[in-house]
Design a protein around this ligand. Structure first.
Ligand code: 0O2
Length: 219
């Protein structure tokens, strides 16, 4: 009986999460394709890397508890079940990517959270855009929410490390580590702005490297 019950539960989760899995795969492919288009035209692309994930069941359950969300409210209140992460080289690339998203016709922006200019108290920086996105299922069309996080490689380095520490310490990171994390968050701000100040030289160097690669490919 127990096994039957849990396989029913698995089916319920699967029915809930499958459309999000489709959305993550579609959106990842679409942003990767944009990158491909820029590159194939020999243009600088503000998107360096794209990743995506569907929130794990245990992470959904944790958030339900933390935010007092009922099962029936999950789809409305949990905006990051489908998560797309767009990594940029420079801070200046972030608004460009945000504008790309705003102008797309296959998604509509629900709201935006600017943790780049207003970092979280943890030191976390990233730009979040919550979009409504339509998928086509066996049962017909369905609109779901997806959270697109746009951040620099530096911001991504910091948040990946901080996220794993949060996981290890179950949100209670010891004070001495917190302090180090805040210091390194400041260092990332400096790193990002130093990189921006030599952005033109870096882009020139990358363009000529790309040009060389294309020539070799043609030969
Ligand atoms: P997962 O599945 O582990 O990636 P809240 O969660 O209450 O702070 P809210 O409104 O639910 O806020 O969403 P918000 O602020 O947009 O944040 C959701 C996601 O942003 C998180 O997902 C992280 O990916 C990222 N994030 C937000 N704050 C931090 C932070 O302080 N440190 C790091 N490393 N990432 C952060 P989850 O919840 O971690 O889920």
């Amino acid at each position: 009986y127990k096994r039957q019950e849990s396989s029913m539960e698995i089916q319920i989760w699967r029915d809930l999460l499958d459309p999000y899995d489709l959305a993550v795969r579609e959106l990842t492919t679409k942003f990767e394709h944009l990158r491909y288009e820029y590159k194939s035209r020999g243009l600088y692309c503000p998107i360096e890397q794209v990743t995506g994930r569907v929130k794990t069941i245990s992470s959904i359950l944790d958030k339900m508890q933390k935010k007092q969300i009922e099962m029936a409210e999950i789809e409305e209140r949990m905006e990051d079940i489908a998560g797309i992460r767009i990594i940029c080289q420079f801070v200046e690339d972030i608004p460009k990517v945000v504008n790309m998203i705003r102008s797309r016709r296959d998604m509509t922006v629900k709201h935006e959270k600017d943790y780049v200019t207003h970092a979280k108290t943890s030191g976390y920086r990233s730009y979040h855009v919550i979009v409504n996105y339509g998928v086509e299922l066996m049962s017909g069309p369905k609109t779901i929410q997806a959270e697109i996080q746009i951040r620099t490689m530096g911001m991504n380095f910091w948040s990946t490390i901080e996220h794993s520490l949060q996981y290890k310490y179950k949100q209670n990171i010891p004070d001495h580590l917190r302090e180090k994390l805040l210091k390194s968050a400041d260092a990332i701000v400096v790193l990002d702005s130093e990189m921006s100040s030599v952005r033109d030289e870096i882009m020139d160097a990358q363009n000529s490297m790309q040009h060389q690669t294309n020539l070799v490919a043609e030969i």
